[in-house]
Write a protein that binds this ligand. Structure first.
Ligand code: 5GP
Length: 122
C-alpha cells in the first residue's frame, strides 16, 4: 500500500500498534474508541483499508454486510442488546477524521431524537 494512504487504523488492524481487540475475525476488528462519546463507544474496522463508505464498490458488498452483522453481535457481547446507534462519518464534510472506513457503535446513554442530526454529538 502507498504509505500516504495508510492510517492509524491500518496500523491497528495489522497489529503494529498494540490495541485490545474486543472482537476479531478474518475481515474486521473491534476496538474501543480512544475518546468515547458514550459509555459504550466501539469502532468496527475492516482489515481492508477502504478510505470511506462512498469509496466502497460492489465488490465490497459482502464485507459491508458483515460489518453490520458484527455490530449486532458485539452489541450483545457488550451487554447493550438492541439499544445502540451505528454511525459512519463519510468524508471530511461528514466529520470523518480517520480515512479508513469504520463504524461507530454507541450505547449506554439516551439517544434522543434531536441528537440524530448531531451524529456523534461532539
Ligand atoms: P471519525 O471521526 O473518522 O469518524 O472517527 C475516528 C474515531 O477514531 C474518533 O472517534 C477517534 O476518537 C478515534 N481514534 C482516533 N485515533 C485513535 C486511536 O489511535 N485509537 C483508538 N482506539 N481510537 C482512535
Amino acid at each position: 500500500m502507498n504509505p500516504v494512504d495508510d492510517t492509524i487504523f491500518g496500523k491497528i488492524t495489522r497489529g503494529e500498534i498494540p490495541t485490545e481487540f474486543l472482537y476479531e475475525d478474518d475481515l474486521c476488528v473491534v476496538i474501543r474508541d480512544l475518546y468515547p462519546q458514550a459509555p459504550t463507544h466501539v469502532l468496527i474496522i475492516p482489515r481492508q483499508p477502504i478510505a470511506m463508505l462512498s469509496a466502497a464498490s460492489d465488490d465490497d458488498q459482502a464485507l459491508l454486510g458483515h460489518l453490520l452483522i458484527v455490530a449486532g453481535k458485539i452489541a450483545e457481547q457488550l451487554g447493550v442488546q438492541d439499544a445502540f446507534r451505528l454511525v459512519i462519518n463519510n468524508g471530511e464534510g461528514g466529520g470523518q477524521t480517520v480515512f479508513h472506513l469504520h463504524l461507530h457503535l454507541l450505547a449506554g446513554r439516551d439517544m434522543k431524537e434531536g441528537e440524530l442530526a448531531q451524529g456523534l454529538a461532539r
